[in-house]
Design a protein around this ligand. Structure first.
Ligand code: DLL
Length: 431
């Protein structure tokens, strides 16, 4: 087992360190970022009176809208001359936000990504193929610098051109693949089309993140590619990849608590949930120089896994992200997450884990239709058998979701595949 020493510090040492770093961050933002200075003065908060980690709860939140209001550089805590890198969020849910890093920030970021790669089993002897987009998205460069820091051999191939990815994987003897889980699945499909047996490759590890995925999808990817598949999480507003990642126990993601303070809060009341209950993850950076954030509302839903991890790391774990509060569909009053649908489809023989979810509103009623890819033998089967399949899927989905949906079978490979983050929901409602 390889840890860095900070990952196994005692909780009391960690809390002491967190308090010290939190106080320094509060001083930094109060003196350097007008947004926080104004907010603290409006709410009559004197950062010097924050004397324990729990006092964090007195501080105001930061939202994506706050970052947008301060576009592009208003939230930076250093002059631009000290910024060595600028990234921007993917902007999938609206206008993009801009984030900056000092050289120290980049060093910490690389360190944390290297830590996550190590926890997932990857080391200096590995050949890591980074199939995340390189560019303003933090995935490519974030993983790249971390993998270099680890001393691994890095193939900066970026996303797309799947046949070439596979060719390189064969020729360069890639041992670890880094991309979104959607893209890993697409690679497995293309390998099958090309008649390539993944067991003949050198691939041993897959590190996947940047989008929600289910346990069933992990099983499918692990089986089809013959790898240990781990989950890693992050977001550009807080740093990028490297905020949290799974160890080889594959049961929850350790949060890098020496750099980030986490809270899990009820998204409605914003009060802490009971440890172990599902809530919104809220993060405060402890070491960021250029772009510190206080109580950033990630909109990601998860729960704290309070039991200690058998791996020995003392950093708390969170369960895989179920989805974002803004991805959550409210259908006939019931909360539905796309990952729930994915998990059901993975379990049904003859369906493919590829689907589209279309939401419409007719006469003030929500109507959901799920387009499900099925294997050729079913798609071209008799009407009667197809109807039975539709009924069965409907029943299984209704049991899982608690609400009825329509199901339509579509031909294999007819729905869009993704090289980066997948988007399977088409919401046609004008709300
Ligand atoms: O996706 C950073 C990243 C890159 C993480 C590569 C891991 C690997 P953004 O583009 O800002 O940054 O998107 C952040 O993606 O708030 C989550 O909703 C979602 N997300 C990221 N990782 C996971 C994950 C990167 N492992 C947003 N599981 C976050 C579920 C994830 N959702």
């Amino acid at each position: 087992m390889v840890w860095d020493k900070d990952e196994i510090m005692t909780r009391s040492d960690l809390e002491r360190m967190q308090l010290h770093l939190m106080q320094a961050t509060l001083k930094r933002v109060s003196t350097r970022v007008p947004f926080y200075r104004n907010k603290f003065s409006e709410e009559k908060i004197d950062y010097e009176t924050i004397t324990c980690v729990e006092d964090l709860q007195r501080l105001p939140f930061t939202t994506k809208q706050d970052l947008r209001n301060n576009y592009p550089y208003g939230m930076f805590a250093v002059p631009l001359r000290d910024v060595v890198r600028i990234h921007s969020s993917s902007g999938t849910t609206g206008m993009a936000t801009v984030v900056g890093y000092t050289q120290n920030d980049i060093n910490n970021w690389s360190h944390l990504v290297a830590r996550i790669l190590t926890a997932a089993g990857v080391g200096a002897e590995d050949v890591i193929q980074i199939a995340f987009g390189y560019g303003l998205f933090t995935g490519g460069f974030g993983l790249h610098y971390g993998a270099e820091k680890l001393g691994a051999s890095v193939i900066p191939i970026s996303a797309g051109n799947t046949r070439r990815q596979i060719q390189i994987m064969q020729d360069f003897k890639t041992t670890a693949l880094v991309c979104t889980p959607s893209y890993a699945l697409k690679m497995a499909d293309v390998m099958m089309d090309l008649g390539i047996n993944p067991n003949g490759l050198s691939l041993r590890y897959g590190l996947f993140g940047a989008e929600p995925w289910s346990e069933k999808m992990r099983e499918e990817i692990s089986e089809r590619l013959g790898i240990v598949a781990t989950d890693n999480y992050g977001l550009s507003e807080v740093m990028g990849p490297g905020v949290a990642g799974e160890c080889q126990e594959c049961s929850g993601l350790h949060v890098n608590e020496d750099h980030f303070l986490m809270e899990v809060l009820d998204p409605e009341t914003l009060a802490p949930v009971t440890p172990g209950e599902i809530g919104e993850l809220v993060l405060t950076t402890l070491t960021k120089e250029a772009f510190p954030v206080i109580r950033y509302r990630t909109r990601d839903l998860t729960r704290l896994l309070p039991e200690p991890c058998p791996c020995g790391r003392t950093f708390n774990r969170i369960q895989r992200i179920m989805g974002r509060t803004d991805d959550m569909l409210i259908i006939k009053g019931v909360n539905v997450f796309p990952t729930q649908i994915e998990a059901v489809l993975f379990d049904i023989e003859g369906t493919q884990p590829h689907y589209n979810l279309i939401v419409e509103r007719e006469q003030n009623e929500d109507r959901v239709t799920i387009l499900v890819e099925v294997v050729e033998s079913i798609f071209f089967d008799q009407m009667k058998k197809q109807r039975m399949m539709v009924d069965m899927i409907k029943k299984r989905l209704a049991a899982e979701l608690g609400v009825g949906v329509n199901v339509k079978l579509v031909e294999e490979r007819s729905l869009e595949r993704f090289n980066g983050k997948g988007n399977r929901v088409i919401d046609k409602r004008e709300l």
